[in-house]
Ligand binder design. Sequence first.
Ligand SMILES: Cc1cc2nc3c(=O)[nH]c(=O)nc-3n(C[C@H](O)[C@H](O)[C@H](O)COP(=O)(O)O)c2cc1C
Length: 726
Amino acid sequence: MTISIWRYSHLALALSSFVFILLASITGIVLAFEPISEQIQPYHSEEFNEVTLAETLQVLQDTYPEVITLEVDANQFVLASVMTNEGKSLNGYINPKTGLYLGDKIESSKFFQWTTNLHRSLFLKGIGRFFVGLCSLLLCLIAVSGTVLILKRQGGFKKFFSTIVNENFKQYWHVVLGRLSLIPIIIITVTGVYLSLLRFNMLPEFKATHHINFETVLATPKQDIQDFKLFKNTKLSEVKSIEFPFSNDVEDYFTLKLKDREVIVNQFTGTILSEIKYPLVKFFSNLSLNLHTGKGSILWSVILAIACVNILFFIYSGFAMTLKRRQSKLKNKYKKDSCQYVILVGSENGSTLPFANTLYEQLLKAGKRVYITELNNYTTFNKVEHLFVLTSTYGEGEAPTNANRFLELLKTTEQNPKVSFSVVGFGSFAYPNFCQFAFDVDQAMQHHFQQKLPVFTINDKSVEAFQEWIKTTQLPLDIPKDKLALKPKLTNTLSVVSKTQLSDHPDQTFTITLKTKNAKRFTSGDLLAIYPKNDYRERLYSIGKVNGHIQLSVKHYENGLGSNFLYNFQLGQTFKARIINNAAFHFPKKAPRVIMIANGTGIAPFLGMIQQNKKHVETHLYYGLRQKASLELYQDILKENLQTKHLSNMQLAFSQEGKKTYVQHLIKHDAKFIAETLKNKGVILICGSLLMQKEVLQTLNDICKQEGQQSLSTFKNQGQIQTDCY
Ligand SMILES: Cc1cc2nc3c(=O)[nH]c(=O)nc-3n(C[C@H](O)[C@H](O)[C@H](O)COP(=O)(O)O)c2cc1C
């Protein structure tokens, strides 16, 4: 079933029952405090687990002239109904070892009784109980459909508990808390349904019926109650209750209710007159009651209360997300067949829509006739000249819900082949298949239309990147920054540990080492996002994790926003930034061989990866620099890692010294080695300038063809070629 069906079911179930669920959760939180308030009463006995029934009965008989009943409640408090020597009737807690009267029975407070009624039946008696039972079932189905959504989102059972990218507060916590409270919520709802079914007699109710032949019951040989074998062998912790004989008549007896059976005992001889084991339904009824109410366990009551609080959060965050998805509705001024531009949008959670809407408004403002719609609404557009596709990627490189039929529609819809198109991918570096769906769309569209611009990718809703793309369209558009810009959350405080001087390096490059509080939170290949002007303008740097610190390699530009911001820091100074998990560019966990290709400052993540290569995975570095002196910045660390075999081999290409070479030349020279690496499931990592990336990919493509390998895109799709270029 597709994700949308599960999502609609999840939403429809929530919509149809949320008022009841809201009430049940609020009252549930209150009621969770009832067992807690009982448990903290001082009626616990240290010896409870050791003492036998015979011992307790003995002390009771010694202390009180008459004992009517004895009960052990879910809190393991021993409750007795007795008459005192003064003729007073007492009903309360006793110490099972000494018989001491500890206090009167706790009666449920009026407030808890009121809340219980509201929780169980909304004060509507039978009909209310029916609705509450039904909503329990609906909540259970909501939990199940939510689980399926998490499974789809995470990409299967194995990844159910793997890390979730925190892109959006409500969405993140909806999923994180959903996973954590899944089991308690399923238990609450299943037991709720069970208790409702019991209430409506839809489950067989058990009542023990004993058949005793009193003709054969004898009053001899008489024994003292403390000598009854059964009582001596039964721990009080196994007992639920005991009713004492009404009179001295031999036909009156002890009725002993244990956890698993009911026993009738001759009051004179201690002989067992009848014994009935409880069926499973009785066990489930008790279990359901205790699990649903939290009776007898402070820990479970607290878990139930937390689960109810979480349900309230789910109601809030779920509806907030739904509203957000619906807010940025696509509205059109012109009819579809009268427009020269068509914007097709793919979005899962609505964050791509403001970008698409802004583009739409700006095109209108520029006097163009433009139509905007979702990718799944793709159809014929009689006058279209250019198709803009703005789409996010979801799942594991898949289409967002409102675009999942597009590739099929593209094949079956007749459209003028002279139409040009350009695709913008919205994605996140935190996912291995960065903007994959945008690339798939671009590939597919190339079979039908003219590609005007190569796919443009945008990480993490970057307004700046979007503006950059707008420039490449050469349309007279001006994107208002403040309309789209989100205030970034700067979650990491960094302090400057060391920094090299520009004068030390011939290429206007410096390295800066930064200390962060939590070194476990990042690894080499992740990105550091800085905001030099404390506004929407973001600069990204590839991180090398060297000696637990963040090491950046930065090219300095005279008016460079990011490079000046970083270079002007003094040692010890601190600033706030954001570390972005760049899962698509980490040192591979499993690879027989790793080839690293870099130029210039692209060496930064590799310096860290090499140092982290504790397993000595065969690692080769191809590095392009301008001149020999350019290497000085990195010489020591590279030498050291070559010695320790963290790095197996290094080849350098100098573009401005000696026989001018570039990394692609080195790769071409080692074509056989590269081809063999790819064939044997090795991984190639590329970091540096986009120009270098283009050349290297071209060379790799040639190698694949030359050596009769699978296509380059197959290796890319298998994650064997990973790039982080700028
Ligand atoms: C569950 C989930 C899976 C995602 N998978 C990918 C992915 O495979 N590749 C990618 O580049 N981005 C991925 N993203 C990031 C989104 O594409 C990105 O946040 C985008 O801006 C969301 O836009 P939307 O709200 O319009 O769907 C994923 C996001 C989520 C929540």
